[in-house]
Design a protein. Structure first.
Length: 235
């Protein structure tokens, strides 16, 4: 008997059983940020897990580009730009420009998503609702997922991934441990000036995907507005 799933998730019992029987491991590429002795190192990760150093920023905020052809490396500000930006701070009501990449979905989440881009749309809508956050489009090929905002550059970059994993909980009827299917949201939030990286995550029952995505977006907003926002320079 199929389970009716609200809003963006559509799963059958067979899909759930398959996800429960196997541990899900995300294998898609992306970027990885590491803090080593106070220095920030950003790596590009391919689909096999191999890492390539893109750029590194020392304790004084000086950035050394290792791969000038990488799109993320090209967005790093020069030393002069950093000095100029640090000279003034933004007002609390000033907008914060955010580059929100579509989340990377693992194979099981891709199958469970009712329509392509629905999960990305959920997260985007939550961030767009905040009056101080302005989503920008830095890749013209992503039209339809993010709304462009002129030629503004990003103050903050958000990279995320979503996966389905088996989890253990307590059956409310029997009071005994039982397996269930959970949706897991993870994000890396990066600010160039000031240089900072934060990681947030949120998880919950897969059938409550919409609720989980809202809590996840709320965490992202808190990092942007409360931790990064006060240190961003005025434009």
């Amino acid at each position: 008997m199929a389970v009716k799933v609200p809003h963006t998730i559509q799963m059958t019992i067979s899909t759930c059983f398959a996800a429960v029987l196997f541990t899900i491991a995300a294998c898609s590429g992306g970027y990885h940020t590491a803090d080593v002795n106070g220095e920030k190192k950003v790596y590009r990760v391919d689909e096999y897990g191999a890492k390539t150093l893109i750029y590194e920023t020392d304790q004084n905020g000086k950035t050394a580009i290792q791969d000038t052809d990488d799109s993320m490396a090209k967005r790093q500000p020069t030393a002069q730009e950093i000095a100029e930006q640090l000279s003034t701070k933004r007002q609390q009501s000033d907008p914060i420009y955010v580059s929100l990449a579509p989340p990377v979905l693992d194979a099981h989440m891709q199958k469970a998503e009712r329509s392509k881009g629905a999960v990305a749309e959920q997260i985007r809508n939550e961030l767009e609702a905040d009056p101080n956050i302005r989503l920008i489009e830095e890749n013209g090929n992503r039209s339809g997922l993010l709304k462009p905002h002129g030629a503004a550059s990003a103050d903050v970059e958000v990279l995320s991934k979503v996966s389905l994993k088996e989890a253990y909980g307590i059956d409310r009827k029997t009071g005994k441990p039982s397996k269930t299917l959970a949706v897991v949201f993870e994000a890396t939030i990066t600010s160039q000036v000031p240089s900072a990286t934060y990681n947030v995550s949120e998880s919950g029952h897969a059938l409550r995907n919409l609720e989980v995505s809202k809590r996840f977006a709320k965490q992202i907003k808190q990092v942007i507005l409360e931790k990064i926002g006060p240190g961003i320079a005025a434009r």
